[in-house]
Design a binder for this molecule. Sequence first.
Ligand SMILES: N[C@@H](CCC(=O)N[C@@H](CS)C(=O)NCC(=O)O)C(=O)O
Length: 104
Amino acid sequence: MVLYTCADGKSFGGLPGPMAHPCGRAAKALDDAGYEYEWKKVKGGTLKFWTWPSRARDRAEIEQLSGQRAVPILVLDGGEVITGSGPIASWVAENPPPVPATAS
Ligand SMILES: N[C@@H](CCC(=O)N[C@@H](CS)C(=O)NCC(=O)O)C(=O)O
């Protein structure tokens, strides 16, 4: 499983509702659930105007995986791609990680 975030990473994921940084919110949902995952950061962002010239390049992998340029996206081991902090948080809530055999 791979979580793609912006360069600001997992920051401010715990802030309430619309104030939460989307990438941070997705990471917090995975971390709080105890998921282990690969984490990749992509450059650029619409709010970062100085990155506009390299946008296509910066977000090419995201566009190839999800058909759009925004992060966070979560790529599951089976190849399914979940786009957006809300759908990712919902997926985690509906699919808690399996309890390791040793824990039971
Ligand atoms: N509603 C979306 C918002 C996602 C969003 O705005 N992500 C930023 C990074 S934090 C982004 O990639 N924006 C589009 C862009 O910069 O191209 C969500 O909650 O996931």
